[in-house]
Structures are given as C-alpha cells and as structure tokens.
Design a protein around this ligand. Structure first.
Ligand SMILES: O=C(CO)[C@H](O)[C@H](O)COP(=O)(O)O
Length: 223
C-alpha cells in the first residue's frame, strides 16, 4: 500500500517554520497539510492564503489545504492562486457541496470532502465518484493536540466499502490525534493518508522532526 504522510503545521513553531518544514521534507513527508480555520466554522483562527503562498515558493510537497471556514466557495480562487494542490471542504457547511467540489475541480485541483466525527458516510454517498479524497476527522475540528476518537474507526471501514462498491478512486485521509499506533489502526481500517500534527511538532521525544515522521512511516511499513 502506498501510504502518504501529511504533517499538519497547525502546531508548528511559526518562528522556525522554514526549519520545521525542511525537517519533515527530509523525513519523507508526502503532503504538507495546511489547516485554514476562521473562528466561525471551527473555534480557532489559523492562517490564510498569503501564508500558504509564501511557503509554496520554497516547498515541493503536495499542498493539502483543509478549509474549516464559513463560505469556502468565496475563497477557493485565493487558495488555488496560493498554490494548493488538494482543496478539502467540509460536508457540514451551509452550501451546495456538489457545486463547490466541481468549482475546485474546474481549476484542475484535487477535491476532498471532510467529515466531522458525528457526520455519517451517507453525507457523501452520492458524491463519492466526484471526489479525489475523503478526510475523516478523528477529532472535532479547530485545534491540534486533541485525543483520537476511536469510535470513528468503523466509519473508515464503511467508507472503504462504499469506495469499493462504487468503484471510485478516492484517498481516505485521517486527521486528528494520530501517532504511530493510531496510524496503524486507521490503516488497518482502510485509511491511506495520515495527517500528523502534534506528534511531530509538539513532541518532546524528538529533537529532530525528521525522526518523528520516520517513526510514522516505520509503523505503516510494519503492517
Ligand atoms: O484539522 C486539524 C484541527 O482541526 C488538525 O489537522 C489536526 O488536529 C492535526 O493535529 P493533531 O495531530 O495535533 O491532532
């Protein structure tokens, strides 16, 4: 299985962002996960397209932009111009999900839909063949460093079944509270993309963030 590791910079040291991102690149990260939060859709404020554009000039990773914002459709062109490769919007927003997914695809970008822990798979049942990725939230959105919610695991297996049944080509990304142990559990359930924040960026066990990424890869390689 071709597993992808997506470090989330939400809990990185922004003073040392260049060093932090270079370390995860060296550790073999595949994606850079960029959490955009507006204080309305989810209860914190992170960063926007100008920060992403600055990083884009220096980083070759796939930019995986997770929009936890009100009215994401207004800002999709800004994130496209900032250098996003994948844009994920939430299923729970008050908008036409199908329309926005196709808006993202109209820019030749990959489109993802995220599901909060309490949102069922049925929310994307009739959209699955239009998607490139489904992001299964394993914490409630808004903050890094929250504990993994194990009750979400059956949802990953259910999603995998739906993808196979509909003959769709869709990545299953998990996000929230991921350490090597949770990455393994999620991979066993069917996930193939792993967002990892605090385990990499707020972990006293690792002086070198590169090594933290490697330990996630080692856990996945042992499956
Ligand atoms: O989407 C998010 C929060 O809304 C973060 O990506 C997620 O929580 C990752 O951080 P951690 O690994 O620390 O849980």
């Amino acid at each position: 299985m071709n597993y992808k590791i997506a470090p989330s910079i939400l809990n990185a040291d922004f003073w040392n962002l260049e060093k932090e991102i270079k370390a995860v690149q060296c550790g073999g990260a595949d994606f850079l996960h960029l959490d955009v939060i507006d204080g309305q859709f989810a209860p914190s404020i992170s960063f926007g397209p100008t920060v992403i554009e600055s990083i884009r000039k220096h980083c070759h990773l796939v930019f995986d932009v997770h929009l936890m914002i009100h009215e994401p459709g207004k800002y999709i062109p800004d994130f496209v111009n900032a250098g996003a490769d994948i844009i994920t919007i939430h299923a729970e927003g008050n908008y036409h999900l199908h329309r926005l997914v196709h808006q993202i695809k109209s820019y030749n970008k990959k489109a993802g839909v995220a599901l909060n822990p309490a949102t069922p798979i049925s929310a994307i049942q009739y959209l699955i063949n239009d998607l490139d990725m489904v992001l299964v939230m394993t914490v409630n959105p808004g903050f890094g460093g929250q504990p993994f919610i194990p009750n979400v695991l059956p949802k990953i297996s259910e999603l995998k079944e739906l993808i196979e049944k509909k003959n769709a080509k869709v990545d299953i990304e998990v996000d929230g509270g991921i350490t090597p142990a949770e990455a393994k559990m999620c991979a066993d359930a069917g996930a193939n993309v792993f967002v990892v924040g605090s385990y990499i960026f707020k972990n006293k066990a690792f002086d070198d963030k590169k090594r933290a990424v490697e330990t996630i890869r080692e856990a996945l390689c042992a499956i």
